[in-house]
Design a protein around this ligand. Structure first.
Ligand SMILES: Nc1ncnc2c1ncn2[C@@H]1O[C@H](COP(=O)(O)OP(=O)(O)OP(=O)(O)O)[C@@H](O)[C@H]1O
Length: 310
């Protein structure tokens, strides 16, 4: 069953000007996005900076007001009711990008993780302490950490604390907005694998937001590629990577370096082919429908250097 259904979602931000601060135009941050996520699955939203990924996630959870469209969670219409709906506040949690700024530096770990518990469950101090300690154990930190402060932990550990806080009230859906992009590459894999482990254990559903197609490939069952508030393409992870249809997706996919040296030759040819198609069909793909409006070709710095042949 689909736990989350989003239908033709639009989120517009007003642009104001003049001495009367009148609305003169809108930024169409999200402009007609539809998707659904099955329980226990991971759905990836990928796109460049400014493509509307974060706004989509925030609108689902009720942190941005929706211009039009519909959001259904567990069969209930939650459009624009997000944060006022206490059941939803419990069932849908968010993990943020920056583990340095998303934890209050003046609070102890006990209070940080217990915060959602205090909103939704009536636990005694003893029960609360026990629950927080067991959450810390689940995320691989020692139970003694409850008395420490965020600055005493590394980035990866802080993100684990953020995850412990998110799972404290046993949510059904977690919106993970660039959960590892502020972390060292060596720590990223640890946190991602850990997110997959707890997903299985707790039957969690993820809406996973990232600009990194490589990470999304590792994490997601289905993927949507966003550009300027709209979908360019969506499909299963296998479809997107093995058979991308849109030239924009092809360019993104062809830019991911293949670590298997045996595939390098194939990738080299794929990239050449994509470059040719891109040059020949730019107008066909991008000159109509607003999607194309103002599109700049992806800069060449986005494409990694070709491996040496031979
Ligand atoms: N509160 C706001 N007021 C006005 N415009 C906004 C607001 N929030 C976002 N935008 C605009 O909406 C568009 C989409 O932003 P959004 O943050 O969703 O993109 P993103 O794909 O998540 O990018 P990033 O990865 O950089 O966060 C951008 O053009 C952004 O400038």
């Amino acid at each position: 069953m689909a736990i989350l259904k989003v239908n033709d979602l639009k989120v517009y931000f007003p642009i104001k000007a003049g001495i009367f601060n009148r609305t003169v135009d809108h930024v169409k941050a999200v402009d007609g996005v539809s998707f659904s996520i099955e329980q226990g699955k991971t759905y990836g939203l990928v796109g460049e900076s400014g493509s509307g990924k974060t706004t989509t996630g925030r609108a689902v959870i009720g942190l941005e007001s929706i211009y039009s469209g519909k959001v259904m969670f567990n069969g209930k219409d939650i459009t624009n009711f997000g944060r006022k709906n206490s059941a939803l506040r419990k069932d849908v949690q968010m993990i943020f990008q920056d583990p340095y700024s998303s934890l209050n530096p003046r609070k102890r770990i006990l209070d940080i993780i217990a915060e959602p518990l205090r909103n939704f469950e009536n636990l005694s101090m003893q029960e609360e302490k026990k629950r927080v300690q067991s959450l810390l154990e689940i995320v691989g930190l020692s139970p003694e950490s409850i008395l420490k402060y965020p600055h005493e932990f590394s980035g990866g550990q802080r993100q684990r604390i953020g995850i412990a806080r998110a799972i404290a009230v046993r949510p059904k859906l977690i919106i993970a907005d660039e959960p590892v992009s502020a972390l060292d590459v060596s720590v990223q894999a640890q946190v991602l694998n850990f997110m997959q482990d707890i997903q299985k254990e707790l039957n969690l559903t993820y809406l996973f937001i990232s600009h990194d197609l490589g990470i999304v490939k590792h994490m997601c069952d289905d993927i949507a590629i966003m550009y300027k508030g709209r979908y360019v393409e969506q499909g299963t992870t296998a479809d997107i990577f093995n058979n991308p249809q849109h030239i924009y997706t092809k360019r993104l996919v062809s830019a991911i370096p293949d670590i298997n040296p045996r595939n390098r030759e194939k990738q080299y040819h794929f990239r050449q082919e994509v470059q040719r198609e891109y040059a020949n069909s730019y107008n066909d793909y991008f000159d109509s429908e607003g999607l194309a409006y103002g599109l700049q070709p992806i800069s060449d710095t986005h494409l990694v250097a070709l491996p040496e042949r031979g």
